[in-house]
Design a protein around this ligand. Structure first.
Ligand code: AMP
Ligand code: FE
Ligand code: FE
Ligand code: ZN
Length: 284
């Protein structure tokens, strides 16, 4: 029998596009009845220390992680990494590069939006804390503050949608490089929401490449995966011997996703804790 209870392996804080500070996120996990929570901010480990301190105080098990931005062609591919070494030089260099380009990309988008709506860069900065990994959600929050849209959802469906002329891409490495970086840093890589309906599901030969590089698992249970897509993912998991995870992708008030709405089996948590070599979980 496993020692672990309900586990949610995907959540964001104000270090990226969540609306709760890392400490508050861990407290929310406790309130939601979770036994294990992973902090997975976009392209940053800046929240690990604060989350760890609160996890020790509140008795929640914490798995420090990250959601690394990668891209293949036009498709944005999100890669979750767990228990890697946060000081690994190669991974740090890559996340620094991504965050720097995310900022200039957001500035370019605000410049374009500013031609048609009253919006300046300071409006976006007002929606962040120092060091935040800046993304479209912060532009969305600024558009809300300015009264241009009602909420993030409306901003993404209109002004921030890639089909509009305002969208700009940002630098991101190939998913294969992402897997290699996380593995080299002693962590376990898991493809985030790989069957989001709008995006293509990665073909089997490309999946085999990622598996050869050390891919650990697939986030099969996620509200944005299409049901048909999730079935394809289950087939991949079986064929390639990949772990299956389930998570909320909690963003505080920034999204309707609730902590614990999907969970990961205790056996998978045991494997993550025992197989990762880059850093240790905070165990209660
Ligand atoms: P970016 O990486 O800057 O292009 O922004 C993508 C982020 O926006 C994702 O990490 C999502 O969390 C968030 N996002 C995407 N669609 C929505 C939506 N409809 N409502 C709120 N947040 C969203
Ligand atoms: Fe996000
Ligand atoms: Fe994601
Ligand atoms: Zn996420």
């Amino acid at each position: 029998m496993s020692a672990f209870g309900a586990a949610d392996l995907h959540a964001h804080s104000t270090v990226s596009d969540g609306t709760e500070a890392p400490a508050d996120l861990v407290r929310s996990a406790r309130k939601a009845g979770l036994d294990v929570v992973a902090l997975t901010d976009h392209d940053s480990t800046a929240g690990w220390a604060e989350a760890a301190a609160t996890a020790r105080d509140t008795g929640v098990n914490l798995i420090p992680g990250m959601e690394l931005s990668t891209r293949r062609g036009w498709a944005s591919v999100h890669l979750l990494g767990y228990l890697f070494d946060p000081d690994d030089a190669a991974l740090r260099a890559e996340t620094d590069r991504i965050r720097i380009d995310r900022t200039s990309r957001a500035e370019r988008m605000v410049e374009r939006i500013g031609h048609d709506y009253e919006l300046v860069w300071d409006d976006v900065l007002a929606q962040t804390v120092p060091g935040t990994t800046i993304g479209r959600p912060h532009i969305a929050d600024a558009l809300v503050a300015k009264g241009h849209v009602r909420d993030r959802g409306e901003a993404f469906a209109s002004i921030l949608h890639w089909r509009t002329g305002y969208y700009q891409p940002h630098y991101a490495p190939d998913p294969l490089v992402g897997v290699q970086l996380v593995v080299a840093a002693g962590g376990l890589p898991v493809l985030a929401h790989p069957a989001v309906s709008e995006e293509r599901i990665i073909p089997e030969d490309e999946m085999a490449e990622l598996v050869d590089a050390g891919l650990f698992g697939l986030e099969v249970h996620h509200r944005d995966n299409s049901p048909a897509g999730a079935r394809v993912l289950l087939g991949y998991a079986k064929r390639f011997g990949l772990a299956i995870t389930g998570s909320s992708d909690y963003h505080g008030d920034g999204k309707p996703n609730r902590l614990g709405e999907n969970t990961t089996a205790p056996e998978v948590i045991e494997r993550i804790v025992s197989e990762a070599t880059g850093s240790r979980p905070i165990l209660r």
